[in-house]
Design a protein around this ligand. Sequence first.
Ligand code: DON
Length: 625
Amino acid sequence: MNKVDLVPGRSGAGLSALAPIQDYLAELHAGVSQVTGGSPADYIPELGKVDPALFGISIATVNGQVYAVGDVDVPFTIQSVSKPFMYGYALQHYGRLRVLEQVGVEPTGEAFNSIVLDEVLNRPFNPMVNAGAIAVAEMMQGDTQAERIANMLDLFSSLAGRKLDIDEAVFASELATGHRNRAIAYMMLNTAMIERDPNEVLDLYFRQCSVDVTCCDLAIMAATLANDGRNPLTHKAIFDTQYVRDILTVMNSCGMYDYAGEWAYEVGMPAKSGVSGCIIAVIPGQIGICVYAPPIDKQGNSVRGIRVCQEISSEFELHAFNNRTNVRSVIRRDYRANLVRSNRLRTPEERKILAEEGRKVAVLEAQGALFFGSTEQLLRRLSELAATSRYVIVDFKRVHLADTSARKLVVRAAQSMAGSKTALVFASIADDGPLDRLTRSLAEHEQVNRVRQFRDADAALEWCEDQLLAGANHRLGTKFSVPQINLFKGLSPDECRVVESIIKPLVFEKGDVIMREGDEAKLFFVLARGTVSVEIKVHGKGDRRKRVASIGPGLTFGEMALLDGGKRSADIIANDRVVCYGLGVEALHELSGAHPNIMITILSNLTREFSERLRHANEEISVLE
Ligand code: DON
């Protein structure tokens, strides 16, 4: 029976024409259905009653997508697959040191129910064998047994993302026959490895093993470990990342008992098996897998479960030691400010200075994840660029992660550059995103290290350009008179006076919208003091707006009105107190009856300006390709 539910978020056969993973799983399921061998566990009599033909495979991604084939909704008891999660609970509530006093992390190389204890350190060897799991079960919090049971069920329910219950028949069967576990618990009581009443501890241990789950539930639980401890369906954070690493480590070395070495060699995924015939496996950052097929081998691992995991591991190259890290891809590109300018529109004199001086500013665009290896690459390039630059901007816009080591190395780089002639400028390190800790670490060192941070590379570039212009003794200040304005270049003094007669001086305060997208275009403006931003709506992003340019003294805006007189194509917002001159388009057209040269000069200046901008835009595109 290949039963597949078509529920939202769950991919079943035939759900869509494009279903490569689902199709593969269906083929795999059909192929492995031919595999025989093993038999269902019957040392717990209730487990022996299962239909041995049941067979389900489920893969859950860290985004909550579930691929499932076969008997994926049939309930079965979780058994030893409960152990890594109970271990996670203990770590989360008591911390590593306390948990390490209670249970070690050494593989035994023995069966799951072996009676071996670490007598030197007076603790069971690891939390995956029964002895260790019983010691961990003692750590479940609660003042009464009822509270401890409820807490345990809450843990598993939150991991599965739905309410789970205990299979009372299996629990009763385990309780009636679990003498070996009783022996282990009493031995541990004898040496104070546990301190509470062993019957109470075992009651909880047997119940945790008897929690009813489905193949899809376990795939989601495994995916919770793949997803840094956060349930991918409910998004609830269950384990801290540091403890997920601990859980996966012991699963890797001890999860498959006396088959753990061969499993690690062949399959290479942290995993855990249960005698009900289930196996979970975890690919950190990607998926959780569960296979359910009751016949188990002599080591207690599902025969088909092992086969499925071997096949998936080799088909999709999921062995943990496959190296997919490409540290070199951390550098997206680098360029210099003589070729790529900020979105600040500049006057011809400013453009000339920047074309000569811009080489002193380098922009280094990083991308991907910053960890030790990639950060080393990035900082090495930074140091090469710093040797020939006065400013280096490092743009983190496309960096989605910076781990602790990256943070430390970047701060060290900032420290060591503090005494040099090159200023380090950081861009796009949002303080509310994945790089929030990096931005805070840098902010702490801002004063001492002369590090500057800007909201994006454009703002950083604009600041660096302003520094270069100031260094070249170029005044960014005020442009008052008509002859100083590029658009009016070439007008005679008389013509300038005519233009002046129709000019209206206007003052705007910071944040004022000087013109709005869609408005009738009747005026165009000449900026005398302050700067304005040109903002457009971002298509398909609601109210989000993007700054496409900023404009400073001596330049004009809204001049398209002279060409088509249509609607405004962008918002213009005052960045600070702005003084500008408004010129009525109609008035100017009227003037051109008597003074045709005014309009001709203005239009030819405008055309020259536009063609310069176009030429520069093409140059930038070729640099940024
Ligand atoms: O301790 C026991 O016997 C069971 N309740 C759990 C055993 C188990 O699943 C071992 N794993 N393969």
